[in-house]
Design a protein. Structure first.
Length: 129
């Protein structure tokens, strides 16, 4: 599979919005929709929506589950390798400081993040049924 360049930002800006961009792919929604979803929930919780704990809780509330990946080599796995081993479905990978969307074996980002080491990923609970 392959890297696919994608920037959901309506102004095509390269900002620190990887959480929003990745969630647009995972949820199949627009940048504006995901931004609104996160900011409205953050306003109610008096929280910052880009904090990992916060947006992770939002995904859990939306029916996604989190799985952890070994990030110490030789058991480590790169974004590219994860994508190659997941040719079907949508996933959201987190490295701790970056978020990458995976769809049908392709990793989708504004830069080729294939060599990054994810430490967790999200998948919809129904993917396993």
């Amino acid at each position: 599979m392959a890297f696919i360049y994608y920037n959901a930002n309506p102004s095509n800006r390269d900002t620190i919005d990887c959480v929003i961009r990745g969630m647009t792919v995972l949820l199949g929604q627009s940048w504006n929709y995901v931004h609104r979803l996160l900011t409205e929930r953050a306003d109610k919780a008096h929280e910052v929506y880009l904090k990992n704990d916060f947006w992770i809780d939002v995904l859990l509330d939306l029916g996604y589950e989190i799985h952890y990946i070994p990030n110490t080599c030789p058991d480590c796995i790169t974004v590219r390798r994860f994508a190659d081993h997941h040719p079907h479905g949508k996933y959201l990978l987190g490295t701790g400081s970056h978020v990458i969307a995976i769809e049908d074996g392709n990793y989708i980002d504004t830069w080729d993040s294939g060599d990054e080491l994810p430490i967790y990923y999200f998948v919809k609970r129904t993917e396993y049924l």
